[in-house]
Design a protein around this ligand. Sequence first.
Ligand code: JD8
Length: 230
Amino acid sequence: MIAFDVLTLFPEFIDAGARVGVLGRAVDAGILSVRAHQLRDYTGGSPHPLDDSPYGGGPGMVMRAEPIYAAVEDVSARFEPKRRVLLTPQGAPFSQATAWRFAREFDSMLLFCGRYEGVDERVRPLFDEEISIGDYVLTGGELGALVIIDAVSRLVPGVLGGADSHVSESFSDPELLEYPQYTRPSEFRGMTVPSVLTSGNHGEIERWRREQSRARTAVRRPDLATRRRD
Ligand code: JD8
C-alpha cells in the first residue's frame, strides 16, 4: 500500500490522472491511495488570497507562505506522510533512480503543486526535498506530481497486478532502450516481422533483441549507452 497526498489548486486534475488505467485499478484494489487537497481551503477566514505580487516587482503573482504552511501542516498532521516533496523547476531532476528510492523508502508522501510564478521562498523549510520532472517549463506542479505518482506506484508490489516480476531492476531501468516489438499479422502493408522472432529459437531471439537494444541506444541515446556499467 502506498499513499499520496497532493496539495493543489486543481484537485480534479490529480483525481482524473489517478482514476485511469493501471493506477485506477490499484486505487480500486486499495493498493494505492491518491488524495488531492484543495489549497484554496486553507486561505480560511483570512481576507488574504492565495497569491500576492512579488516584493521587488516583476511579472505575475507569488503563492503566499501562510496558506501553504496551513495546508502542509494540516495534511501532515492528518495523514503523517513520510516525505514532503515540493515540485519546482529548481528541484533535483526526477529519474528512475528517484522513483525506486521513493518506492523503497516511503509508503506515504505529500506532493505540493505550485502555480503562478511559484511559491514564497520561505516555504522551502516545509519540504524534505524539491523535485523537477525535467528541463521544460510547465504552468504548475500538477503534471510533475502525476509523473511521480505514476512512476513510483508501478514499482510498488501489486500495482501492476500479480505479474510484476517484470519490474525487475534491469527491466525497469532505462539504461537500454527497448527492442522492436511486433504482434499479428506477420505481414502488414508489405512490412514483415523479422524471421528470427517466428523461428522459435529463444536463444537467437534473446541475442537479436539485445543487439537491437544496444544498436538503437547507441544511435538514439548515446548518453544512456556511455552510462552503462556492463
Ligand atoms: C511548479 C509554478 C510555473 C515556474 C514561471 C510560470 C516541475 N519540470 C518542471 N517544469 N516546470 C515545473 C513547475 C512549474 C511551476 C510550478 C513546477 C509552479 N510553475 C512557473 C517558474 C517560471 N512559471 C516543473 N516539477
